[in-house]
Design a binder for this molecule. Sequence first.
Ligand code: BGC
Length: 763
Amino acid sequence: LSSFSFAAQDQSPWFAHYNPSAASKWAAALNRAGTMTPQMTSEELNNVTYGFSSACSGMTGSVPRVGWDGLCMNDAGEGVRGTDLVNAYAEGISIGASWNAELAYERARYMGAEFRRKGVKVALGPVIEPIGRTALNGRNMEGFGADPSLAGKLAAASVRGLQASVIASVKHFVGYEQELDRMPIGGNPVSVSSNINDKDMHELYLWAFQDAVAAGAASIMCSYNRVNQTYACENDAALNGLLKGELNFPGFVVSDWSGQHSGDSAAAGLDVAMPSSSYWDNGQLVAAVNNGTLSKERLLDMATRQLAASYYVFGDITSSPPNGYGLVTDYTAPHPLVDGRDPASKPNRLQQAIEGHVLVKNTNNALPLQKPKILSLFGYDGRAQMVNSPSSNTLSNYGWAFGTQVMNASVDTLLQAMVGGKGDILQSATGGTLFTGLGSGASTPAYISDPFSAISDRAYDDDTYLWWDFKSYEPQVSAISDACLVFVNDVSTEGVDRAGLADPVSDSLVLNVAAKCANTIVVIHNTYIRLVDAFYDHPNVTAIVYAHLPGQDSGRALVKLLWGDKSPSGKLPYTVAKNASDYGQLLHGSGTPVNNSQSDFSQPSLFDYRYFQANNIEPRFPFGFGLTYTTFTYGNITVSSTGFRNASTSPPNPNRRIPGGVKSLFDPLVSVSVTVTNSGSVDAAEVVQIYLQFPGEKTHLLRGFRKIEIPHGSTQEFAIDLSRRDLSRWDVTSQQWLLPNGTTTILVGASSADIRASAILTR
Ligand code: BGC
């Protein structure tokens, strides 16, 4: 794969690699860009390849002479970060828990429009990696959960939605699965090397990026780690080989911030260095062209890819509104009022928040609540934090959530840990309701609907009497409470992996309430896997809700679920174990803090539910699991597989390529259909999941899913197509996806462990 070379490309126009009929919009964009960039001088071309300081997270050089305004790039996946007059959408992990691609699309569409109105041209999201290989990864909440097919479909929907308005920069490519040693700083000479074999690379890590490229992603961000010993942002095999070669990616690759480590990154496939470049600035690329170490064609290509992305998404290279319009550096000073928000996004935002909640325990009919007379509320997470102020540290740099007081750590210690990429200090944000992740996954809310305010509103409607104590860890409890709600959280951020999968202080708070209240309902704003075995079996703990990170409509959504206006419909996008040790090697990222850390991705090769299956470990809650207020009855499945049986083993027409790779990989070969009846008494949505067990395999893996709302008493048909790639395995020898001979079992499940029907495919 590393044999890809620009020399070959130098012989032909930019778009020679792209099939003009299949990717005509790209071809047109590349064509137009290809007529513009030769009008730039070598110095101008050089200037557009790296970042200059601005109000944006990053801003590329411009060439006003030819109408190129450059690209304002800004975080992040949850909304426009660090500015005023924007919304805080639900975090990636909540969208993962929704299992709802239409919801993801609409969310991204509203979010993209906000970026655009604020003068951002490139939204730095969605996040595909980390994909949850390591349970304690501090950034798992930015992505969609621990499965390539789930992440791929939600990322593709997000790319389409964002790119209705702005360029999406899908991140972080590739093998970025731990924060430990992510940067060569703090006495650490090099970042961790993720050592990934070719098969796992294709089947687990590249998979979702392929979906994003096929969806038209116009930018990809390369990651901080090394891949097989070479930095991701100067990795010829990964960038030129896999991404631009095999996946036929026509857009531009931008480095993660300070993720560039050499000038050679240009030849290796990096197109833009952010937020600045000590390797390419001051005409260093011009010098490289002059001394023959970089081809002029490659320098042109670097700029062409950026302009093409702009033509592809905006139809133009001149910006309107101007770059950075509506981003602010000092909120205390007078500045123009640029409202990014669209009131029409409200129902979708609320729906994101609702669908991201997963109900995992519900006994004694604890939920939904029935007009409780006395309700008692406990836990530091039950009400909003005390401050939302326009200081640059909280708002501009790290997002509002940094105003939260973090247990055991001052903000300074936290920042120190972030910068060093080390330290195990984070557990719970005890300063208030956690509705967002931190770091570049932080969002900036317009307001916050916290559980307390939303429950107070409901108490007004229902004449419920409320007791509350959000302060004590051993609170007084009224013996005649109908129910006691306990709110805890589990915080995490970029730059540091989590200290543990549960924190003892929050666990004892739950147990202290449960000791005095027979109907204790636990709500956890969790960033990712949060163990509950400290209190799961307690007879007084009647219900447990993983609330995830719902964004600014957190409380409003929760009340709709707890009071039964809506049935829960979220399902876990990861596996919750009974013990942290059940994750084995997958608990921590590996490496040493001192030098040359290595993480062997084949030890083990499978992660999350496939690892649990392979090792016969019974989880507390399986991947794909979630309760609701109704019951679903699955009918028979029908499988139409004529195309599959007659299909050639290898993909036909290998030269017909679209962005995403060989076009025929995306052809549907099998169509699965199953009927599901809502046999209970309330309306609810079901997520039907299709897993495949390939010939000779012990484990099954997700390859399709669909979510549909079913009114009670009715039956709905779920039709799910499986593509050639879904049904294939990566063949290392022939370097292509091949349909396996033998028996493949199709498993239709309500979760990865709750299989309701199956069928056999043979070839
Ligand atoms: C993060 C990226 C982010 C960038 C710009 C980096 O530290 O890893 O995800 O987009 O900063 O803020």
